[in-house]
Design a binder for this molecule. Structure first.
Ligand SMILES: Cc1cc2nc3c(=O)[nH]c(=O)nc-3n(C[C@H](O)[C@H](O)[C@H](O)COP(=O)(O)OP(=O)(O)OC[C@H]3O[C@@H](n4cnc5c(N)ncnc54)[C@H](O)[C@@H]3O)c2cc1C
Length: 217
């Protein structure tokens, strides 16, 4: 896979050694996350809206109601900036100043296009569903024409992007290493709980493996 070309706006100025332009690594981050934050400007007002997403090939798909202001605005082909963040741990240093977080994050720039063609729209919706709950799409009722019409799907090309990654222990001032203060990392990860059945579910419908064994990352 070809790495992302570094552009003026994807060049990290702070701690550039943490920058990653490797497409494979960047896609691994995108494939582990499923919530992005979409930043755009509408009539001089900046918005940052959280939403679900999925990657398929070199495209990031988002979807929602036809009535969504976010999707209608982005569909005009305006500049957009999308971020995805995975938090891996809290980094506790000996000084207040050097506390940090271990994380993997991605910033994507580009312009989205509306996906109108039925086959691509269905593929994108399947990708969104499978990205969040692998195995779900083939079991559920498929969208009707009316439901498809009521749903907007946008594709953002993954052409200009950067990742930033921090790993490892705290980095303290040399003289602070002697302080009797605990330092280290509190690892954090997303863990699924026990599935809770819908009260209206017939008793003989067992939860599928993809629900009882749900994991990410
Ligand atoms: C985890 C998560 C996943 C989501 N997944 C999707 C998805 O896949 N598709 C989808 O369409 N939407 C999703 N949403 C909802 C999304 O954030 C927007 O609310 C929705 O897309 C409507 O956008 P809009 O521009 O029409 O909002 P509008 O209703 O036009 O927004 C008006 C104002 O409402 C407030 N607002 C809107 N959304 C939020 C919010 N989420 N939190 C706090 N304030 C808000 C803001 O002040 C905003 O300026 C998700 C939200 C979360 C938190």
């Amino acid at each position: 896979m070809e790495a992302f070309a570094q552009t003026e706006r994807t060049t990290l100025k702070r701690l550039p050694k943490r920058a990653v332009y490797d497409r494979e690594l960047l896609y691994r981050i995108l494939d582990e996350g499923f919530i992005c934050h979409v930043g755009f400007v509408n009539e001089a007002q900046p918005f940052v809206i959280p939403t679900g997403y999925a990657r398929a090939g070199d495209k990031l798909y988002i979807h929602g109601s036809q009535a969504s202001r976010m999707l209608r605005t982005l569909g005009k082909g305006i500049d957009v900036c999308v971020t995805v963040t995975l938090v891996d741990g809290l980094v506790l240093a000996r000084s207040a100043f050097h506390h940090s977080m271990n994380y993997r994050s991605v910033v994507v720039f580009g312009r989205a296009t509306v996906v109108d063609e039925r086959a691509e729209k269905l593929d994108a919706l399947r990708a969104l569903s499978e990205h969040m709950i692998p195995g779900r799409w083939d079991e559920v009722r498929q969208p009707t024409d009316q439901e498809l019409k009521a749903t907007s799907v946008l594709a953002l090309p993954l052409a200009e992007a950067s990742a930033k990654v921090r790993t490892g222990p705290p980095i303290d001032e040399e003289e602070d290493y002697e302080l009797p203060v605990w330092a280290g990392v509190i690892p954090l990860r997303l863990v699924a709980g026990e599935p809770v059945a819908d009260p209206r579910l017939p008793r003989d419908v067992a939860p599928p493996d993809y629900a009882t064994k749900y994991t990410r990352g």
